[in-house]
Ligand binder design. Structure first.
Ligand SMILES: Cc1cc2nc3c(=O)[nH]c(=O)nc-3n(C[C@H](O)[C@H](O)[C@H](O)COP(=O)(O)OP(=O)(O)OC[C@H]3O[C@@H](n4cnc5c(N)ncnc54)[C@H](O)[C@@H]3O)c2cc1C
Ligand code: SF4
Length: 281
């Protein structure tokens, strides 16, 4: 299946108004990590926290719901969360760890758990891996080009960024700006062009906006643990859910984008292979 293994696929959003206000989409990541922390399923979570520069995230170990909430929202540039996992266990002494990761990071984490060379102490401590969908990611300098040069805005004014409906959207307090994605093409990380995983297939629970209405998220539970934790959160009223077949645009769009990313990645890999360049698959 083009979306990977799944236990259940639903459209969902957090019921907490504070989480709704700060989250990128349905607040699934923030809601689920906070719930897992409250229920002592995890003792802390590695998230993409605020860095010294606005919109340049820095991985952080969140030990409270407030810290998880402070890291809500999508930053469209790298946050090397995987690096921080080791520190979370070694320096913070966390025995039960949660984290959020884009698909490539999810793959790295699973590989690390399967072949825990040098990280044996970490592999079995990861109790909740929440994956977020990802079509592409940008170096921070590319974001500056979009915001400062193409839109003529100061980065400090930006309150939210989003990608959807063929555009990069930039929100300030009182205005909304957009750039067609054809203007952002070529600025993405080169590795993204051979990436085939759109929906974080190896996560416990994956989520993204595509498929669901604005303010809601499409949630795919994949592992037994992920499905149990998500279901417990639903039963506790942390999330409201809708049947994915009852919402628009629904799964057909998600499947279409996942397939087109996989096909594009395979084609570019083949092109690079023919040129004699190294490709990982
Ligand atoms: C580079 C990138 C590209 C994306 N592309 C798509 C897409 O094409 N389609 C789609 O449906 N969704 C995409 N997403 C996911 C989407 O933007 C939301 O992050 C996702 O829907 C979760 O929303 P939420 O409201 O549940 O999360 P929130 O509750 O807002 O929490 C978001 C969590 O993600 C973490 N986070 C933020 N930025 C990063 C980052 N750069 N790296 C790792 N963790 C981060 C934060 O720490 C926070 O814990 C992308 C995300 C990223 C980072
Ligand atoms: S497109 Fe793939 S390689 Fe690029 S950031 Fe997203 S998951 Fe990672």
């Amino acid at each position: 299946m083009v979306l990977g293994t799944s236990k259940q696929i639903v459209s969902a959003r957090a019921t907490d108004k504070q989480i709704q206000a700060v989250s990128q989409d349905g607040g699934i990541v923030t809601g689920l990590l906070s719930f897992a922390l409250d229920e002592k399923i995890i003792e802390g979570a590695v998230v993409a926290g605020p860095g010294e520069e606005l919109w340049k995230p820095k991985p952080m170990v969140a030990m409270s719901a407030d810290e998880i909430i402070a890291a809500a929202g999508t930053k469209y540039t790298f946050s090397p969360n995987v690096m921080m996992l080791k520190k979370a266990v070694r320096q913070y002494g966390i025995e039960k760890l949660g984290t959020v990761a884009i698909p490539c990071q999810t793959m790295g984490i699973r590989k690390m758990q399967s072949y825990p060379f040098g990280v044996r102490f970490l592999a079995d401590k990861l109790k909740l891996l929440v994956g977020i969908y990802c079509m592409e990611n940008f170096p921070f300098a590319s974001l500056e080009t979009f915001i400062n040069e193409k839109l003529g805005l100061s980065t400090d004014l930006v309150e939210k960024m989003d990608i959807g409906k063929g555009k990069l959207w930039i929100y300030t307090q009182d205005e909304t700006f957009s750039l067609p994605l054809k203007e952002t093409h070529g600025y993405e990380q080169a590795g993204c062009n051979i990436c085939k995983d759109y929906v974080a297939e190896l996560a416990d629970v994956s989520t993204g906006s595509v498929g669901s209405p604005d303010g809601w998220s499409t949630v795919i539970t994949r592992t037994d643990d992920g499905d149990t934790i998500f279901q417990q959160a639903v039963d506790a009223g942390i999330f409201e859910i809708k049947d994915i077949d009852s919402v628009k645009p629904g799964l057909p769009l998600l499947e279409k984008l996942a397939k087109s990313k996989a096909d594009k990645g395979a084609k570019e890999s083949e092109r690079r292979r023919e040129l004699g360049l190294p490709v990982p698959w």
